[in-house]
Write a protein that binds this ligand. Structure first.
Ligand SMILES: Cc1ncc(COP(=O)(O)O)c(C=O)c1O
Length: 448
């Protein structure tokens, strides 16, 4: 996509935005941004590097749609990369934020809502006996790793190839997501001594984990895993993989950390670990729990959580941790989850979409596999369901880029990378999914 101006403005249900800024196109804004923001973006995948063209600028969103600065309305299947379980600008969440903001945006003093929110999380996720609120998934993971090391007195961490756990130094070893997209398996600026403390194993390969645990288990502080991998595209865990990790961690005295920043409250009204009956020692949450506000959490067994300052020797702090606006949004989100029970509907919409896409690709004679789980999906341009990073790397990323751009021209916004999950929200309906499938059928037929 050269420029975004081939997208035609359409009539829409979004309220026009009043802005005091002069009207600009996405291309103009990107030019300005590139002068003052590295790469023009505040998070690398937003740059469209792997799909080509210039990134979009949006001014508003409502339900399943966003509106670009050009006035083009897009049906959004990226959903801010996961937080928007109920779509954009869900009124209960907006109202909760407005009310909280009118009472003060930050105090650095405890507030009643953070207690209520922490109680709510612990009730919905019984493996979390205690929880500490932070502002991003990265921070939650960083805290979980420090806690695991502080609790066990050990140094090493085992992570999985292609899993992404935020940008804390030690997790930028064979990471997924934006790093995969950029074709780099690690980051400059990460000390070799930090990387040396991290073992990397193929996802879904329990034998490799057991081998490592046999040899190095006594040095292992934690095994950290995305219980459903979402940062190399969607890869569900193989049968027995998560239970096997639980056993391996327990056998060697390491902690099992489930990073549920994507999966927490995405596939059910709790974590994926709880849903499959595998209890981790620590869990990290982010994205959905803040309803689009910067809110994340680390929680787990009380015995471990009590090691955190001020009770214990593991330091962790944050000026804006448990921020009143973020917690108000989180409480509204948990309330919606309890009241609306959106998961069967998300599952049905996700299945309809995945099956429709696979059928359309089959008709077009393409090498394609759309993976789906609940409302998560990835359109992989590869012949069979990927099971790990090695199989994901066989995908035709050019074909994905082509698909992405043509779907954008037809009014659908997907994650701008092959190595990401797409999200169906409770704000999508059958009509959105059917229109998406019809557009995909045309697109894929043209690619066959
Ligand atoms: C599984 C997982 N963990 C951690 C993170 C980091 O979260 P944040 O971007 O809020 O720092 C992400 C971000 O996508 C993630 O997908």
């Amino acid at each position: 996509m050269a420029k975004t101006n081939h997208l035609t403005p359409n009539t829409n249900h979004l309220t026009p935005t009043t802005s005091h800024l002069p009207p600009s196109s996405s291309a103009q804004l990107f030019d300005r941004a590139c002068r003052v923001i590295p790469g023009g973006v505040n998070s690398p995948v937003r740059a469209f590097n792997s799909v080509g063209g210039e990134p979009l600028y949006v001014v508003s969103g409502k339900g399943a749609r966003v509106r670009t600065v050009e006035g083009v309305e897009l049906t959004d299947f990226c959903g801010s990369w996961g937080p928007l379980l109920f779509g954009h600008a869900r009124k209960e969440i907006v109202k909760a934020i407005q009310l909280a903001a009118s009472e003060g945006t930050s105090f650095g003093i405890n507030t009643p809502r953070e207690v209520e929110f922490a109680e709510g999380l612990c009730e919905l996720v019984p493996s979390m006996e205690m929880v500490r609120l932070v502002s991003s998934g990265t921070e939650a993971v960083m805290t979980a790793l420090r806690l695991a090391r502080g609790f066990t007195g050990r140094r090493k961490i085992l992570k999985f190839d292609g899993c992404y756990h935020g940008h804390t130094d030690s997790m930028l070893v064979a990471a997924g997501s934006g790093l995969l997209t950029g074709g780099i398996s690690s980051s400059a600026g990460v000390l070799p001594s930090v990387a040396a403390e991290v073992f990397v194993s193929p996802y879904n390969d329990l034998e490799a984990v057991n081998r490592l645990v046999r040899g190095q288990g006594s040095d292992l502080a934690a095994i950290i895993v995305e219980p459903v991998a979402g940062n190399m595209g969607l890869i569900p865990p193989a049968a027995g993989f998560l239970a096997g990790l639980r056993e391996a961690a327990s056998r060697c005295g390491a902690l099992l950390i489930m990073d549920e920043v994507i999966t927490g409250f995405r596939l059910g009204p709790t974590t994926y670990g709880m849903q499959c009956g595998v209890t981790p020692d620590l869990t990290t949450l982010g994205k959905i729990i803040g309803g689009g506000m910067p809110l994340a959490a680390v929680g787990g067994r009380a015995e471990i959580m009590r090691k955190l300052a001020p009770l214990g020797p593991v330091y962790q702090a944050g000026t804006l941790s448990g921020n009143p606006l973020a917690v108000a949004a989180g409480l509204a989100m948990l309330e919606l989850v309890r009241a609306e029970k959106p998961y069967p509907r998300l599952e049905a919409l996700g299945r309809r979409l995945t099956e429709g896409l696979n059928a359309a690709a089959h008709e077009a004679g393409l090498t394609f596999h759309c993976a789906g789980l609940g409302g998560l999906f990835t359109a992989f341009f590869v012949g069979e369901a990927p099971t790990d990073l090695a199989t994901v790397k066989r995908c035709n990323t050019q074909a994905y880029a082509d698909f992405f751009r043509k779907m954008l021209e037809r009014g659908f916004y997907l994650p701008p990378s092959q190595f990401e999950v797409a999200f169906v929200s409770a704000a999508h309906n059958d009509d959105d999914v059917d229109r998406f499938i019809a557009a995909a059928r045309e697109t894929l037929a043209g690619m066959g």
